[in-house]
Design a protein around this ligand. Structure first.
Ligand SMILES: *Cc1c(COP(=O)(O)O)cnc(C)c1O
Length: 404
């Protein structure tokens, strides 16, 4: 069966033939006193509605095992939960802020050594130690949409006996299936494209490895950050339209690439493959399209704040994957605690905006962006604007600055 069909029929099969799976709210289940191994005893361990979702997500990915967590970060934390003191982990420097914070703050307390890798294409055998047990990456990266070679890195990690983990949130299994390319584990924030409507938080792990599956079962049972059955059912319903939504989002994104690439107010346009011919080839090999996240660096003198304030259709908001187009400014939100040097090292400027493309009619989006460019161009570049290092920094708790 093709993926769109699996998305529809993958959640069926209940005893009454209901097209929508039943919602089991029960936290506890009556069991035979002699049966200590019942499939359902207590909701944290397993719940039939969650099982339907987990099986559906595994089927989309072509995986044996799927696990649903309360958030994407809970899924990532479950992947890290079995690391031990003395272990060494290689983490892409550009990973999601929450993952970066876990690796830079929690690993130290766990006694886990970490190296952040800024150029994964340059990773060699010399970067591995005899305690390296995991390599964790995202492709494409956020927000500069750089591409990482999944099959190449999986082979490199495996040569050193390390697990290769991919956060596949930006592509989803519709566009990219890392397990088929050699990854051992895929994590995703289902809050983004899988949910697709900005009305739920959820996370997913998928794997084909039975020993890892046991670890994630234990993580659900012992760490306890599982997905509740109501949200699990809502996510089942959302996943049915994921391929359709993403197809429309990607069509819109492709049209916007054509539009932005010719617009004089855009200095650099970023989408998977933009960086080099090599990355374009890698992405074409491992994914079925550019997805629906673009980043634009506005030309000098174009006032980004005037531009986003003038948008009437696209919303200024963090997050991505929604049916609504969302625009965010990484330097003042997701990457707010980086100084100018750190931003430059990450290839990120204060003129950079990320556009997470929705399913609106793309002609309306282009008109919206164009109108806003006219306003931004006629707004004199703010000579009197605060210099970056005197910009207010107390708007958010810095501890929380990677939370989005
Ligand atoms: C949002 C996001 C996460 C975290 O997911 P939550 O559901 O917000 O916890 C992890 N990875 C990526 C790439 C994300 O975009």
């Amino acid at each position: 069966m093709k993926l769109q069909t699996r998305a529809i029929v993958g959640s069926r099969g209940n005893e009454h033939g209901a097209i929508v799976p039943p919602l089991f709210l029960s936290s506890t289940f009556e069991t035979d006193p002699a049966d200590t191994d019942a499939a359902y005893m207590y909701q944290r361990v397993a719940n039939p509605t969650r099982t339907v979702l987990e099986s559906l997500l595994a089927q989309l990915e072509g995986a044996e095992y799927g696990f649903a967590f309360a958030t994407g970060m809970a899924a990532t934390a479950a992947v890290f939960a079995h690391l031990e003191s003395g272990d060494h982990v290689l983490v892409a420097a550009s990973v999601y802020g929450g993952t970066h914070r876990y690796a830079s703050e929690v690993f130290a307390r766990q006694g886990v050594a970490v190296d952040f890798v800024s150029d994964l294409a340059a990773l060699t055998d010399a970067d591995f130690t005899d305690r390296t047990c995991m390599v964790f990456v995202e492709t494409p990266t956020n927000p500069t949409l750089r591409v990482v070679d999944i099959a190449h890195l999986a082979a490199l990690a495996h040569r050193h006996g390390a697990l290769f983990v991919v956060d596949n949130t930006f592509m989803t299994p519709v566009l990219q299936r890392p397990l088929e390319l050699g990854a051992d584990v895929v994590v995703q924030s289902a809050t983004k494209f899988l949910g697709g409507h900005s009305d739920l938080l959820a996370g997913v792990i998928t794997t084909n490895d039975p020993a890892l599956a046991e670890q994630y079962t234990a993580a659900q049972k012992t760490w306890g950050a599982v997905l509740d059955p109501q949200t699990a059912l809502r996510l089942v319903q959302c996943v049915k339209t994921l391929p359709l939504r993403l197809a429309q989002q990607q069509r819109n994104a492709e049209a916007l690439v054509r539009y932005f690439s010719e617009h004089p107010a855009v200095a650099t346009l970023m989408y998977p493959g933009w960086y080099s011919a090599e990355e374009r080839d890698i992405h074409a090999r491992q994914a079925d399209g550019i997805g629906a996240v673009l980043s634009l660096e506005l030309a000098e003198g174009v006032d980004w704040m005037a531009w986003v304030r003038s948008l009437q259709i696209a919303a200024f908001a963090v997050s991505l994957g929604d049916v609504a187009t969302l625009v965010c400014h990484p330097a003042s939100s997701t990457h707010e605690d980086m100084d100018d040097a750190a931003l430059a090292a990450a290839g990120l400027s204060r003129q950079l905006l990320r556009v997470a493309v929705g399913i609106e009619d793309v002609d309306d989006l282009i008109e919206d962006f164009s109108r806003a460019f006219e306003v931004a161009a006629s707004t004199p570049a703010p000579e009197s604007a605060p210099a970056p290092d005197s910009a207010p920094t107390n708007r958010h708790d810095p501890e929380d600055s990677h939370a989005r």
